[in-house]
Design a protein around this ligand. Structure first.
Ligand code: NAD
Ligand code: MG
Length: 392
């Protein structure tokens, strides 16, 4: 039995993880589930899976969670500290599937216990990659990628020597607006940005896919995860979303990972690693798929990718500033305060102001420094959004 905790159990990745566990009950024992506002879902799953503890990050919802768990034997808890405590309960594997920078501290806490961290929360590696990797190494813990592209790279590297890798190519579907003309993008609505052509995901990552900020985060994630140089990381638009990533070797070979766009593959691979177990993922019919297309992203349409390159070159706390600015830009877009095409310039302005102002490029990455850089970048992003609103 593998003891598993799920941070962000009520979200898209969390629910897919639960779906896999539900189908393979003899393989997994559930320790802790955490969520935020969806108390009913959290309580239902905790009861069904016989979790030890269910935690909502929202401390005002404790009574509601307690009531929903009455008579189940599942402990209820609430608040940020309780989420972190849940992450440290003895478990073999912790699924890190909280969205945003809020996933960093619980993921780190889980790593400190030596548990394997199945990492969907790419923001942890973007904001604090060196700290995550050092914490894992010190605790003898392992981080397994759950992001589909990074799982693909990880799988293509089994049995290979990292020193022989010349490049990695991560693919991007292009999101909701792949074929929209630029003029129309300026008017794109939240509803339009919230539908993905190929993947069913949480709203925030879906909009990040349309803006290519998701791919920008993934470039940085790949750098941190596999210790690659920025120039070794390439992005190709691949509208079919069947090839998730490719690894290029020094002898010219390119190893591609191909499969249907179903996150349960990458989640299941991490849950069962190093074994492979049968998964409820459709067998791909390549003849039916017909054509696989690849093209270079247009820099004018994808400014987020250029920003990611600059962030990788700068290093230090640039990733934390970038991620925080991106999260706030997205909040402002969702709230209707900035337009779709204003998100990238907003993030760029925050990077310019914060990195110059605070000397946030060098020094050791600590949780406190990341939290402060994150906080100041969010404040700065709010200022820039106000300036944009006044101007517009
Ligand atoms: P989601 O919005 O569907 O779910 C987010 C989860 O985090 C929920 O359980 C929510 O309750 C919890 N949460 C939100 N704010 C919180 C806070 N402040 N504190 C504690 N918990 C909080 O998101 P998702 O699409 O499942 O994505 C989760 C993570 O996985 C993200 O980092 C995303 O980038 C990554 N990811 C997702 C997919 C996908 O297919 N959905 C693919 C690759 C990577
Ligand atoms: Mg991905």
């Amino acid at each position: 039995m593998r003891r598993v905790s799920i941070l962000g159990a009520t979200g898209s990745i969390g629910q897919s993880t639960i779906d896999l566990i539900r189908r393979d009950r003899e393989a997994f024992d559930v320790v802790a589930l955490t969520g935020d506002s969806n108390i009913a879902q959290l309580a239902k799953d905790a009861r069904e899976l016989g979790a030890e503890i269910a935690v909502t990050a929202d401390e005002t919802r404790l009574d509601e969670l307690r009531a929903a768990l009455a008579g189940s034997g599942v402990t209820a808890a609430a608040g940020r500290a309780a989420v972190i405590e849940a992450a440290t309960r003895p478990a073999d594997l912790v699924m890190s599937a909280i969205v945003g920078a809020a996933g960093l501290a619980p993921g780190l806490a889980a790593l400190e216990t030596g548990a394997t961290l199945a990492l969907a929360n790419k923001e942890s590696l973007v904001t604090a990659g060196p700290l995550m990797m050092a914490t894992a190494e010190a605790a003898g813990a392992r981080i397994l990628p759950v992001d589909s592209e990074h799982s693909a790279i990880f799988q293509a590297l089994v049995g290979e020597d990292l020193g022989a890798v010349s490049r990695v190519i991560i693919t991007a579907s292009g999101g909701a607006f792949r074929d929209w003309p630029m003029e129309r993008l300026a008017q794109a609505t939240v509803a339009e940005a919230s539908t993905h052509p190929n993947w069913a995901m949480g709203q925030r990552i879906t909009i990040d896919s349309a803006s290519m900020f998701n791919k920008a985060l993934e470039m940085i994630e790949a750098r941190e995860f596999f210790g690659l140089a920025p120039a070794q990381i390439e992005v190709l638009i691949h509208p079919q979303s069947l090839v998730h990533a490719l690894v290029g070797f020094n002898d010219g070979a390119l190893m591609a990972h191909v499969g249907p766009p179903d996150m349960r593959h990458a989640i299941g691979y991490a849950l069962n690693w190093p074994a492979r177990r049968a998964l409820p993922v459709e067998a791909l019919d390549l003849a039916a798929a017909g054509t696989l297309e690849f093209r270079t992203p247009d820099p004018a349409r994808c400014p987020a990718l250029g920003l990611a390159r600059a962030v990788m070159e700068t290093g230090g706390l640039a990733g934390a500033v970038f991620n925080a600015a991106k999260e706030r830009a997205l909040d402002h877009f969702i709230a209707g305060r900035v337009g779709f095409l204003e998100m990238a310039p907003l993030v760029e302005t925050v990077l310019e102001r914060r990195l110059e102002a605070a000397g946030e490029t060098g020094g050791e990455i600590t949780l406190d420094r990341v939290a402060r850089a994150d906080h100041l970048a969010r404040q700065c992003a709010d200022e820039v959004a106000r300036e944009l609103t006044r101007r517009g």
